[in-house]
Design a protein around this ligand. Structure first.
Ligand code: SAM
Length: 269
């Protein structure tokens, strides 16, 4: 049986199912991941195996996390011709990546995440991964291009915001390539892009208190048009903003990641 024959055709919209079929794009993703012996690969949302089976052919073993019950049996059946597939049937947001990494006994204790993500869950999955960044070596994700643009944006850009600052504080974010809607069945309404994220080493992360940092960044971008002095009312006063080397009349979109880190690291007044 070919891989396709194991699967029924319909895609479930509420699960963000857009299945990749463009061989060139799939090849570029596998090339970007470039698995090495001993790597522990974990794919989020394998679907009908578009990326799964080429990765298995290349690497021999793979763990996948899939929420759609109807895909579990066909994935199991089709995987036999490709390699050792471990399927975790779960909502990815319920999966403890730190425990998963420990159970997979990687040499460096870390997993490598891959996924053509369900776009309706992009941000929650990214923030969930951040919570477990110490157990993740790197991530290669297909997302809406607009989200990748926001993730990688620099201060001063129109799309620089909370997502940019939160992700860049903890990871190096590298956009890799754009993917047109026609590469998927059914095609999504928007362009997509593949991005690489590499969690920073503990010594490279300046954030001292992650909760405080998240709070400051959320407040600063809560009202983009306001000055820092006003947006941070009740969170940090003008003296603190100045002590962090920032201007109280600046706006959040002008402040670089290091500026937010300095501000959040100051003892609260
Ligand atoms: N990797 C496949 C491909 O590239 O063709 C499928 C990608 S499709 C965009 C997203 C996949 O994520 C689907 O298989 C969907 O069932 C799965 N998914 C959706 N929500 C999920 C969740 N909460 N946890 C795990 N998987 C989920």
């Amino acid at each position: 049986m070919s891989d396709d024959e194991h699967f029924q055709s319909g895609a479930k919209k509420h699960l963000g199912q857009h299945f990749l079929h463009e061989k060139g794009i799939i090849g570029k993703i596998v090339q970007a991941v470039d698995p090495k012996p001993g790597d522990r690969l974990v794919e989020i949302g394998p679907g009908q195996g578009a990326i799964t089976f080429p990765l298995l052919d290349r690497h021999g073993a793979l763990t996948v996390i899939e929420f759609d019950r109807d895909l579990i049996a066909p994935l199991t059946a089709a995987s036999k011709a490709h390699g050792a597939l471990t399927i975790v049937h779960s909502d990815v947001l319920e999966v403890d990546f730190t425990a998963l990494a420990a159970g997979m006994h990687a040499q460096d204790g870390k997993i490598r995440l891959v996924g053509n993500l369900p776009y309706n869950l992009s941000s929650p999955i990214l923030f969930h991964a951040l919570d477990h960044a110490a157990a993740i070596r790197d991530m290669h994700f297909m997302l809406q291009k607009e989200v990748v643009d926001r993730m990688a944006a620099e201060p001063g850009s129109k799309v620089y915001g909370r997502l940019s600052v939160m992700l860049q504080a903890y990871c190096r974010v590298v956009p890799l390539f754009k993917v047109p809607p026609g590469a998927f069945r059914p095609p999504p309404k928007v362009d997509s892009a593949v991005v690489r994220m590499v969690p920073r080493a503990p010594g490279e992360i300046g954030v001292q208190d992650p909760k405080r940092f998240a709070h400051v960044v959320r407040a600063a971008f809560g009202q983009r048009r306001k000055t820092l002095r006003n947006a941070l009312n009740g969170v940090a006063d003008s003296t603190m903003i100045e002590a962090a080397g920032l201007r109280p009349d600046a706006r959040a979109e002008q402040i670089d990641v290091a500026g937010f880190v300095r501000l959040a690291n100051l003892p609260a007044a």
